[in-house]
Design a protein around this ligand. Sequence first.
Ligand code: B12
Length: 215
Amino acid sequence: MTTPDILENLAQSVTDYDPEGAARWAGEAIAAGIDPLAALAALTDAIRAVGDGFACGDLWLPDLIAAADAMSAGTAVLEAEIAARGMRQQGLGVVVIGTVFGDIHDIGKNMVATLLRAAGFVVHDLGINITAAAFVDAVAKHNAQVLALSALLTTTAPEQKKVIELLREAGLREQVKVIVGGGGITAAFADSIGADGYDATAPGAVKLARRLLGV
Ligand code: B12
């Protein structure tokens, strides 16, 4: 089977709400020597298409949930492969990452965490629905050099600003580079809240963290 066929089947397993298929086709992609990042991109395009269907009223919340389950099954296989291939040295720096308060989207955040780990960062993933205070505590506790904030909703994007303000109040703003992302976040928004950087992709998040730390 050709690479486009495998990637198409992988993507279709998301639009078919088929977690077993997603895991199986992700495995096929790896076995066929396809770059796991290309396979993640195929899954991402598919879930965004489902999101578009939801936005225009063609699909409903259960569709979103079922597609997300399939997506997660596929990404789990690909992320395990990326982690296995990743450099074992963990010397690039310490990152705290999480999805902001009020927001439970974690697929993109998990991709960013996986690629940062694979690149050699020590990553403390706090999970989803994380309060500004919890982010600030984690930065202090882990002596983080990078704080990566993910937000997918227009209603939760302002939480990223809240975290930056709280870091400033705690006297920690100068010790940590704050990078922001997630669907709906833009470079202009990142600038407006005083973040140190923004990127629209997970590989871009790694480049950004490396550039900001000079590593
Ligand atoms: C899957 C999904 C869900 C799943 C989430 C499951 C999970 N485990 O994450 C479920 C079903 C739970 C869900 C729920 C909801 N969702 Co939803 N969801 C989506 C969907 C379809 C895909 C999100 C996704 O995983 N994308 C794929 C990943 C790979 O992309 P990503 O997250 O953007 O991440 C990439 C980049 O942004 C970047 N990145 C991510 N984080 C970071 C961080 C840093 C620091 C950097 C540098 C980069 C970076 O790297 C990633 C890889 O490239 C989107 C549609 C879309 N177009 O995104 C809607 C979407 C985000 N959801 C939406 C909505 C409205 C909701 C609900 C409110 C629905 C409801 N009525 O209840 C709830 C909210 C729940 C909550 N409180 O959070 C809207 C948001 C609209 C808005 N502008 O606010 C969207 C846009 C759908 C739409 N078009 O209407 N959702």
